[in-house]
Design a protein around this ligand. Structure first.
Ligand code: ZN
Length: 133
């Protein structure tokens, strides 16, 4: 089975727990980020409240595809210059939920840190079990 390429564009390693064991996505040289504009909306009981507007997502390449055999990358879904004769697979980028929400791209996936993730006794996330796409 051809495997799609998944690149971690968050600042920390991502661990996904599956029935077959953990899959670890180390950090990469990509860091997806989104600017957040805050507007003061008032206060409640003296505690400041703001509205947030998400800006453009930065730090990601354009949509890309990769050869499942040799790893050659291309921004053309029909493939690049390799001779493997294998259909190129979409490259997916792991980003934070906030980045994913700020983008209309369909190649961004976020670790699901909701009720399906696995936490230690202190509540720190040890692994996720699924992505949000
Ligand atoms: Zn190839």
């Amino acid at each position: 089975m051809a495997k799609a390429k998944i690149i971690n564009a968050t600042p920390h390693p991502i661990v996904v727990r599956t029935d077959a064991g953990n899959i670890i996505f180390p950090t990469s040289d990509l860091l997806a980020r989104v600017s957040v504009k805050e507007t003061r909306t008032g206060d409640i009981n003296g505690i400041p409240c703001v509205a947030q507007t998400l800006g453009n997502v930065e730090g990601l390449p354009n949509a890309s595809w990769a050869c499942p055999s040799c790893g050659a990358e291309s921004q053309d879904p029909m493939g690049g210059s390799c001779d493997c004769n294998a259909p190129y697979e979409r490259i997916h980028y792991i980003v934070s939920a906030m980045v994913r929400n700020a983008s209309v791209r369909d190649d961004l996936i976020a670790p699901d840190t909701g009720k399906t993730c696995i936490r230690d006794e202190q509540g720190r996330i040890q692994a996720v079990t699924q992505f949000i796409n």
